[in-house]
Each structure stands twice: as C-alpha cells, then as structure tokens.
Write a protein that binds this ligand. Structure first.
Ligand SMILES: Nc1ncnc2c1ncn2[C@@H]1O[C@H](COP(=O)(O)OP(=O)(O)OP(=O)(O)O)[C@@H](O)[C@H]1O
Length: 233
C-alpha cells in the first residue's frame, strides 16, 4: 500500500508556546519500500512517524493510503485502520513480562486478519530455541527481536520503527536490523525506520533527511547494503 503526504504540518501548542514540528512535508512512500528517516534531535522525525501512522493527527495537510484518506477518518476508524494495516516497533520493547516470547508473539497474530504463524516468525528472527523463555530471560537484542516478531505476526502492510536499536549495542542492533531487512525482502513489508545513526541509512532504498520540521534532502541508494555491512556511529 503506497502512502502519499501532501503539505503536512504539525503545530504543538502548550500554553502560550507554539512549536512548529512539521512545516509542510510532502512525500510518497511506495509499496515495499525501505525508508529510513534521519535527522538531529528535535527535527521532527517522531512527529512525522506519528502522523503518517495515525498515532497523532496533523494540524493540516493530507495523508492518503492508497484510496483511504487517513486525515478524514474518525478516531474509531483510525484505530481500526491501524489495527488492520500497520505495525509498530519502539525503542522500548513493550513486551508483556508474564508471557513467554511465543505468547507475546501470539498476542500479535491474534489481532491480524491474515496472521503469520508465531512459531515460524520466531524462527525467522532466530529465536526458535528460546520461544518458551520469559522476557527477563532474554537479552535486550533478543527482546527487541521478539517485539519485531510480535508486530510482524499480524502481517502488517507497513511496519513503523521509532529508534528500534536506540537501546542496543552495535552487534545486537545489527541482528535486529537484519531481521527488519529480511522481512522487507521476504514478506515485502514496507519499512519506515527512524534513527539518528547515519550508518543505518545505507540499508534503505531511500533516506529522508529531516531538519527543523522539513525534508532537507532525499537520498536514493542505488546499491543498498545489508545490516552486517553498516559502518556504525
Ligand atoms: N507533545 C508535544 N508537545 C509540544 N512539543 C512537542 C511535542 N512533541 C514534540 N514536540 C516538539 O516538536 C519538535 C519535534 O519533535 P520530535 O520528537 O518529532 O523530534 P525528533 O526528531 O523525533 O527528536 P529526537 O531524535 O530527539 O527524538 C521538538 O521541538 C519537540 O520539542
């Protein structure tokens, strides 16, 4: 499912203070694309991800998913749209601590219309032998891979990842990124990944560089590299 943004603006108001977090963003994301959003702290990356994915509403502008105008949906319809089509991964893994890895992933597949098999997807993220462990028995990188597996289990068309490796070291980050890369290639899931690590940009089909609430530059990678080849930092 392609996504089109037309002149999207977001202004936060807190008391007398207005923050123009997005100042007119226009962008098209193609089906199956791997997009990385890069930019310094405060440049509007999370705001952009939140409005694209319907977690928040823009102040003005239009967001279209194929034939659906997201910006016209009611709160209930928006929730339903997110549930049926979109997946999310955040810096915090947000796993349920009293459920095993497998049970956490089953929670994801339970809400999907055409879900993937939880055991298959755990095997795909390299955790087949650890699926009966509880989150506290897993490393940070393993927990994040469970979290990715949970989000992917419902078979979303688009997976939004906000700093998915923000809490991880280089090696475990690359394991998580490899999973995202494999899923993009094998399942054709569209990936939108926020990071402040420029090295990760080399994995993407296109890098959207944000600065001060605007797209500063879009870089197309003719030869994208795999997660293992990233120059970290
Ligand atoms: N709920 C909010 N209320 C008021 N201002 C906000 C809110 N959320 C974000 N902002 C402001 O909007 C601007 C963009 O924030 P945003 O979180 O999108 O940036 P970011 O690029 O994701 O930053 P970081 O890399 O630090 O997470 C910042 O100036 C921030 O202070």
């Amino acid at each position: 499912m392609s996504i089109i943004l037309k002149n999207v603006m977001k202004t936060y108001k807190s008391g007398e203070v207005e923050t123009h977090a997005l100042k007119g963003v226009s962008l098209e994301i193609k089906e199956g694309e791997f997009i990385v959003i890069l930019g310094p702290s405060g440049s509007g990356k999370s705001t952009l991800l939140n409005v694209i994915s319907g977690l928040d509403t823009p102040t003005s502008g239009v967001i279209m998913y194929k034939d659906t105008e997201l910006t016209k949906l009611s709160e209930d319809k928006l929730t339903e749209f997110r549930r049926n089509h979109l997946g999310f991964v955040f810096q915090q893994y947000n796993l349920l601590q009293n459920l095993t890895a497998l049970e956490n992933v089953q929670m994801g597949s339970d809400i999907g219309k055409a879900p993937l098999d939880p055991e298959d997807i755990l095997a795909k993220v390299g955790l087949k032998d650890q699926m009966h462990k509880y989150p506290y028995q897993l490393s940070g990188g393993e927990q994040q891979r469970v979290s990715v597996a949970r989000s992917v289990a419902k078979n979303p068309e688009i997976l939004f990842c906000d700093e998915p490796t923000g809490s991880l070291d280089e090696e475990t980050s690359k394991q998580v990124l490899r999973v995202i890369e494999d899923l993009n290639r094998d399942l054709k899931t569209t990936m939108v990944v926020i990071t402040h690590n420029p090295g990760i940009g080399a994995m993407a089909d296109r890098v959207i560089k944000m600065n001060s609430g605007k797209i500063e530059e879009i870089i197309e990678n003719k030869d994208k590299i795999s997660a293992g080849q990233i120059q970290w930092g």
